[in-house]
Design a protein around this ligand. Structure first.
Ligand SMILES: [Zn+2]
Length: 287
């Protein structure tokens, strides 16, 4: 069933857990993720990258994900990730995105707020009220779609969310979820990830809306569980899912080619890899 992002995350937090969000560049991965969520009996979030949503085929993928969410036996939300282009936001919502991360985190504070407000005003004007907004404060190192190693921002304050700005940002943007930079990065961690619990704690006491941790690939399971106790209700995974799928394809392609160009069989292995990762993650976060 389709679910509203804020309600899905809030209800998980009430039980002391977070909901995983997985980037789906394709339908095979999305099917695997939803199957794992159904198997676990837990909610899940399907993320669509802005580069995907910026193409006609990507918009058709969103429509397909919406149908998949509708058909699922567990609550599923489809969210447009890291969007800053108002036209892409409107197009994505029009075809079925239930939520959007309006990402002005690379902009100055006032411009970030203005972008989120402009997105809300534009959707209201186009007749799409009720879309759930995540906004982001603080700059995350790394690339969302291609994994290169980045330093965990934990050792210096640059890029970390400034907790003194949180209350004003949340009130003025009207965001329903807040993505934070507390030493997490997109892609791979250079060395050990170092989450700044002091900063996260300071943010958590300043707002009641659920917090979101991006770049969770590589963060140890016990730290993700600990984050949920500090109001982190949504955790985004992308790199680890891709790493697993690509490793599987690398290992399995030759034998499936030899087996009569068996694409169907290879897609089965792809599905198993994505389902296994999603299943393990769902289990970890629901501890
Ligand atoms: Zn992200």
């Amino acid at each position: 069933m389709r679910a509203k992002l804020d309600e899905l995350v809030t209800s998980a937090l009430r039980q002391g857990s977070a909901v995983p969000a997985f980037t789906c560049y394709d339908f095979t991965t999305a099917l695997a993720v939803v199957a794992a969520a159904e198997e676990a009996g837990r909610s899940v979030i399907l993320l669509v990258a802005p580069k995907t949503a910026a193409t006609p085929s990507g918009l058709r993928l969103i429509a397909a994900l919406r149908a998949l969410a509708h058909d699922a036996s567990v609550p599923v939300c489809v969210q447009l990730d890291h969007a800053s282009d108002l036209a892409v936001i409107v197009d994505s919502v029009a075809v079925g995105a239930d939520a959007v991360l309006v990402d002005g985190s690379s902009l100055p504070f006032e411009d970030n707020i203005a972008l989120v407000r402009a997105a809300r005003a534009t959707l209201d004007a186009k007749g799409f009220p009720g879309v759930v907004f995540e906004a982001e404060l603080g700059g995350l190192a790394g690339d969302e779609d291609r994994a290169f190693a980045s330093d965990s921002a934990g050792h210096d304050a640059a890029g970390l969310t400034d907790s003194s700005q949180v209350e004003e940002f949340v009130v003025r943007t009207g965001a329903q979820l807040l993505a934070v930079a507390v030493g997490n990065v997109h892609g791979k961690y250079k060395g050990e990830p170092r989450l700044r619990w002091d900063v996260l704690q300071d943010i958590a006491v300043r707002t009641r809306i659920p917090l979101v941790l991006h770049g969770a690939s590589g963060i140890p399971a016990d730290e993700l569980v600990k984050a949920a106790s500090m109001n982190v209700g949504k955790v985004n995974f992308n790199t680890e899912l891709r790493t697993g799928i690509l490793a599987t394809l690398e290992a399995e392609t030759a034998s499936h080619r030899a087996d009569g160009e068996n694409l169907q069989g290879l897609l089965g292995r792809w599905t198993s890899s994505a389902s296994a990762f999603a299943g393990t993650t769902l289990q970890t976060l629901s501890r």
